[in-house]
Structures are given as C-alpha cells and as structure tokens.
Design a protein around this ligand. Structure first.
Ligand code: SF4
Length: 576
C-alpha cells in the first residue's frame, strides 16, 4: 500500500488530500499531516470526492449517436465522428456557429485545451460556466490568504463562510476566541451557521450588502482613524441607506470602530450564487474598506469554483466571452454546434428555453463524467477523467498556484479533457497552439460608486408588498443537483433538494405549515417546493438551495449588463 497526495478542487481553498493506493488503484482517502494546507483538514466534499473514481454511473466508454440512440464505440471512431460533424457545421454555418464551453472546477491544462480547440476551429465563441458570483468578484488584485484570518483580532464575514468554505471555520472561530475582546461580525440576511458564532450578526435586508459596507466605510472615515474619504461617500444619505438595509447605525458604528481599532483585521467575502446585489461592487467595497481602514487590514474574496481564479485570468487574457452570452445565443439559435468540456449548462442555468435549445442543436460533443441533459441529445459523448486521474495545476484563492500528480489511472476508457481535446484536434486536422488568441485585457473602467449603490438601494426598496426576496443557500462545489458533486452519495444526503425556507410569520401569512407544498412564483418559473419553517430568516425573505436545479429555475438567467444578475429574485409564495 502506498500513499499519494493531491488536492481537492471542489472550491478554491484547494485542501491537500492524500489517498491510499495499491499500484494504480485508489483504495480510499487518507489524511494529510497537520503541516499541510489548512492543517490537513478537508470537508465532506473533498473527503468523499474519491467516490468519483470508479463511480458506477461514470461515462466509461465513448458513445456516438446513431438512429437516435447512443452506441458504445472506440475513442478513434468517436473522434472521427465528432470531427466529421463539426467539419460539416464549419462548412455550412462557419466557425462562429460553433461554441466551446468549459467550467472552472478543472485544471489549467484543461482550460488551456479549451482555448486551443476554439482557436484551431477558428471560433471566437468560447465561454466558461462560472457560478454567477464568481466572474464579477474576481479581479487581478491579490487577496490575502488564511494567515490574515488567523492573525486578525477582528473578522468581518459577508456570507455563510462555514457552509461555503467549511475548512476556514476553525481559523475564524480561533480568531474570535484567541483573546478577550476579539470580535467576529457577520453580515447575512439569514442567521447562518457562521452567524451563530458572531459577536454580532447584522441581519440585513436581502441584497443590501453593498449598502452595509458603504455605511461601515463611512463610519470608518468619520472615526478619523482611517485614510482619506472617497468623494462619493458624502453623496449618500446614511440614514436612508440604513433604513433600506434594515440595520441600525449604532451597530454599524460599533463594527467600524472594532475594525479600524484592531491591529490586524480581515474582511472575508464569500457570496452565495444569488442574493447579493452587484457582487462586483461588494468585492470592490471590501477591498476599499481594507485599504481605507489602514495598516494590518486585509481582505479575502472567496469564489465558489475550484479554479475560478485561474479560469477568470485565462478568460480575461484570452478574450473568452461571458457565459450569459452563450445561454442567450443558444436560446436565440445563434449557435448550431456546441463542444462542452465538462460543463453542465442546463443544471447551472436552468430554463425551459435552454433545455429546448440544447436538444435542437445540429451537432454537439460533450466531454463529461456523468450523463446530464446535454448528453440526452449529444451527437458524441466522451468520458472525461477527474482531476485526480491526471497531473494538473490550478490557481487557487490568494493567488496560490497548486500542482498535483495523478493519484490513480483514468477509470475505464476515460481521458483527461486536455488529452481528449488534442486527439479531437488531430481528427479535425487542425493544429492547436499553446494558447488561445490573446487579447489585451480590457481597460479598467472607473467604478461608478454612487450610481451602483443607488441601483442596489432601488432594487431592495422595490420589492412589492405582496412579494418576498429569494436568496440562495450556499454549497460550494455543488453547483447543480445533476452536477458532478451531485453524484457523490454524501453530497446528495447532506444537500437535500426541493425545499424553501421561510419564517413562521411568513408561513402563517400564506396559511402554510412546515412540510406543506408551496408554489413559489417568480417572473421566470412557478416551482413547487416543500416548506421548511425556520427561525433564521426575516419575514420578507425566502431561501432555497443554490445547488437545486429546480429551485434555480426561479432565478433570472438572462444576459443583462454583460452578465447574469446576482441579486435576490422577487417571488410570491402561495400554498398549493
Ligand atoms: S470543497 Fe473546499 S473546503 Fe472542502 S475539501 Fe474541497 S477544497 Fe477543502
């Protein structure tokens, strides 16, 4: 028996994880020593990730559609079929009728392969299926690492960090209890597990995090202990903002005082998929707050996708387009063929229009670990290996680049995406280059602070009296109930689907009791969900799991202002 080390790529913390192996066969997980990243801790997702190896539902053999059915075949035959199908689309509709999409829980080599393929085919239509909050949050600016939390005597958390990035819970709890007077503040419309541990929980109205941060920043500046005030800080009415957020200015002043007075403080931003209006603005405010509050103040911005930082950097430097444009283009019939490299578009952005668009493509090739909606109509399906079955590298949070070695041979006839893509390019007779076409990064756009804050305020204030704000419960690395992690036994038991949380008062207002079936109406779908009565939410807010495809139908997946919206949806709830 041998031990091999790798990492978990289900979220950007990239925990070290070791495996017991016999030859090339992986027997099970092993714990890393305490000197490793995050002291050798992993959460259930990482621990049970081994289930993906030799999973009985893995796509084991290449499949080609003939007479409406998928038939097992060899890699060579499948690649020839894929190449012939794509060539036909190239001849009839041109290269830009072919879209290439990948997703961020994969290695830099796989992402690079996506770029090479798009360039070789000649299409500029290349996309990455980020969770909605990841793309606007990540910037070129380096964030601090876990040491910023460990050393802080004041930690301010926006989001439910203990659910989204669980291995950091220990650092946060220790930072609070290491010394008398240390503090932990949590901003979240839901009384989350993270909020349970807070010295003070700011239960803001859904979607108003940017306003709360602007108020804290203003209080820091007014304390006279921070740096100079940006001019826009004087342009908003703090009392009106506090009223919209549903927070007290004295609570805000207390947080600002603790933050600015701390020798070392950290602000941690871990947004859920939906529920925070204008995530890009919140991330900028988090960075500004850390800068204005002076020396020893750091910020930590945590994405959901494992290699989201690497994928964002690649997408921005190589001119990849926002995946919201792909969803729109598919629904409008702009694309005739799709090459999907591990992405599950329907589970990620579920609408009936997308469901129909995927099934009416002229040609589609899917590299995938499991069967999803696309595979039900795909022309060619190729089984992909997990990151544990190949060497790789990824850019994790705080700019840490991790590389790893294969822990086990690829299961059955699966191949890493990068290997499969190179073989597909050979079959197509096109040469791949070491990267996609590089475009200069977009010039920095000056942040319209006041206008964006006002848009957040108006969105929060415009929920009608008979409406409620719908927010998403986080579960990083589990972006859809049909996604890769949805096939892990532990995940499917730990992350139940088909429910909506509401307060007892809100439930009583619609005449419903715990366990009743609700119909949740949004502008996008009417979805039946089981009521879970909770004491964690205010009466004007409903929460649904972000990883539940059915619940995700309630959110708007339209391309607007260059990206998906990230704020809460407005819904009406009735008892069935
Ligand atoms: S999901 Fe994130 S926190 Fe959990 S083991 Fe994987 S990398 Fe670590």
């Amino acid at each position: 028996m041998d031990t091999r080390e790798s990492i978990c790529l289900f979220c950007p913390l990239g925990c070290d994880i070791a495996f017991r192996v016999r030859g090339d066969e992986v027997i099970g997980p092993e714990f890393c020593g305490p000197a490793e990243t995050h002291a050798g801790r992993v959460c259930g997702r990482g621990l049970y990730g081994t289930e993906l190896l030799n999973h009985p539902q893995r796509i084991a053999t290449p499949l080609v559609r003939k007479d409406g059915r998928l038939h097992e075949t060899s890699w060579d035959t499948a690649l020839e079929a894929a190449a012939a199908g794509l060539r036909k689309v190239l001849e009839t509709s041109g290269p830009d009728a072919i879209a290439v999409v990948t997703e961020p829980n994969r290695s830099l080599a796989d992402l690079g392969a996506a770029s090479r393929l798009a360039q070789a085919v000649g299409t500029g239509e290349i996309f990455c299926a980020f969770e909605p909050q990841d793309w606007p949050m990540l910037s070129d600016e380096a964030d601090a690492g876990v040491s910023a939390i460990e050393e802080a005597s004041c930690v301010l958390v926006i989001g439910d960090l203990f659910a989204s990035h669980p291995v950091l819970a220990k650092e946060v709890i220790e930072a609070k209890y290491t010394a008398r007077g240390n503090s932990l503040f949590v901003i979240d419309p839901r009384r989350s597990n993270t909020a349970w541990y807070a010295s003070s929980h700011v239960q803001n109205r859904a979607g108003t995090e940017a306003l709360v941060l602007a108020l804290i920043l203003k209080a820091v500046v007014e304390s006279g202990k921070g740096g100079s005030a940006p001019a826009w800080l004087n342009e908003f009415d703090a009392d009106a903002f506090a009223g919209t957020c549903g927070v007290s200015r004295s609570d805000i002043a207390r947080i600002a005082r603790s933050f600015v007075d701390a020798e070392k403080a950290a602000v941690v931003f871990a947004p859920p998929a939906r529920g925070v209006s204008d995530v890009g603005l919140v991330a900028s405010l988090v960075r500004l707050l850390a800068g204005v509050a002076g020396q020893g103040k750091e910020c930590v911005c945590l994405a959901a996708g494992g290699n989201s930082r690497g994928a964002t950097a690649m997408a921005r430097s190589e001119g990849w387009k926002p995946v919201s444009e792909l969803v729109e283009g598919l629904c409008s019939g702009k694309y005739r063929a799709l090459v999907s490299l591990g992405a599950d578009l329907y589970e990620s952005y579920p609408t009936e229009a997308l469901r129909g668009a995927l099934s009416s493509l002229d040609y589609s090739v899917s590299f995938s670990m499991f069967h999803g909606l696309l595979e039900q109509s795909a022309s060619v399906v190729l089984g992909e290996s997990s990151w544990l079955e190949s060497d790789g590298a990824a850019e994790l949070y705080a700019g840490r680049v991790a590389d790893w070695k294969t822990v086990g041979r690829p299961s059955w006839a699966t191949r890493p995406v990068a290997v499969g893509v190179d073989a597909l390019m050979s079959a197509l007779g096109v040469a791949g280059q070491s990267g996609g076409k590089r475009v200069s990064a977009a010039a920095a756009v000056e942040m319209q602070w006041s206008a964006r804050l006002e848009a957040v305020r108006q969105a929060a204030a415009s929920v009608p009296a008979d409406g409620m704000s719908l927010v998403a419960l986080p579960a990083a690395g589990h972006s859809g109930s049909g996604s890769v992690t949805g096939h892990i036994n532990w995940a499917s038991q730990m992350f139940p689907t088909g429910f909506a949380e509401m307060s007892a008062e809100a439930a009583a207002a619609v005449g419903a009791r715990d366990g009743d079936t609700l119909v949740v109406h949004s502008g996008n779908a009417d979805v039946e969900l089981t009521l879970k009565v909770t004491d964690r939410l205010a009466q004007d807010t409903v929460a649904v799991p972000a990883y539940d495809t059915k619940a995700r139908q309630l959110f708007d997946w339209a391309h607007k202002d260059g990206w998906f919206g990230t704020g809460p949806a407005v819904v009406r709830v009735s008892r069935k």
